[in-house]
Ligand binder design. Structure first.
Ligand SMILES: [Fe+2]
Length: 258
């Protein structure tokens, strides 16, 4: 028998969630930790990331930033008002939060610009080879999988891990000071907004997933959600790895035009 889920405590405390959710989060912790301890952030925090890798990062991650409201709209299309408490919760949350994402693409461009990567380069540059693992996965899971799987993979896992690394970089005074003083505040805005301190979005997403699946869903459903969350973390690590590799196949926009 699957029990209906309701939060039993603070939304931002994993103990308030069903046993299966706590186990899922624990099972995926190693993959999430691999993102948090990625060399990208230590290089940013030490202000030692070279210009080429900075460009790879800004251009390679951009498609996920640009498409994020699109992923959420794929999820929104799957909801049916009145079908279940989970559908209603997801629908209300998605409608509200697609709007919240409105300015985030612009803030990413500001960050890139501040870090020395032009808007034209981000919009038109070719991403590093293999760096589109995360974008392709987010597109696929939100288009083709269940509502719960898509929200778990993107709004819980991708936003959650992004909160972790954004906080690491945003906390670094050395990084902040490596950006030109002019435009620095605007340049740091994206990181500031996504740093985990106050960002409750991933927790809200987790609550939606639990409301959709219930307190005790079938084993195969739990296993599937776990797979999707882990795959988001692994795809994010692959994307970061490929941005870090600095593959020679990457051409600058200016080279393409030549
Ligand atoms: Fe965002």
């Amino acid at each position: 028998m699957n029990a209906r889920f309701e939060l039993t405590g603070p939304q931002t405390d994993i103990a308030s969630y069903p046993r299966w959710t706590q186990d899922m989060v624990a099972d995926c912790a190693d993959a999430r930790q691999a993102i948090v301890s990625h060399a990208m952030w230590s290089a940013m925090c030490a202000a030692t990331l070279d210009a080429e890798t900075t460009r790879h990062f800004m251009v390679g991650v951009w498609p996920v930033i640009e498409r994020f409201p699109g992923y959420m709209s794929h999820s929104l299309l799957k909801t049916r008002y009145g079908r279940s408490p989970g559908d209603d919760l997801a629908r209300r949350w998605l409608v509200r939060n697609i709007r919240v994402e409105q300015n985030h693409a612009e803030y990413w461009l500001n960050w890139a610009e501040s870090a020395g990567v032009s808007r034209e380069e981000v919009l038109g540059g070719e991403p590093p080879k293999g760096s589109q693992a995360l974008a392709a996965w987010c597109e696929d899971v939100t288009r083709n999988d269940s509502l719960a799987a898509g929200i778990a993979a993107t709004n819980y896992a991708v936003e959650g891990a992004t909160g972790d690394w954004s906080q690491i970089v945003y906390d670094s005074q050395t990084y902040a000071e490596s950006l030109p003083i002019t435009g620095r505040k605007a340049g740091l805005r994206w990181l500031q907004l996504h740093a985990a301190y106050d960002d409750t979005h991933p927790w809200e997403a987790l609550e939606i997933v639990c409301t959709l699946l219930g307190g005790n869903p079938p084993v195969d459903q739990v296993e599937h959600i776990r797979e999707c969350v882990r795959r988001s973390y692994v795809s994010m690590s692959i994307t970061l790895d490929r941005c870090m590799d600095g593959l020679a196949s990457v051409r600058r926009l200016s080279d393409q035009a030549a």
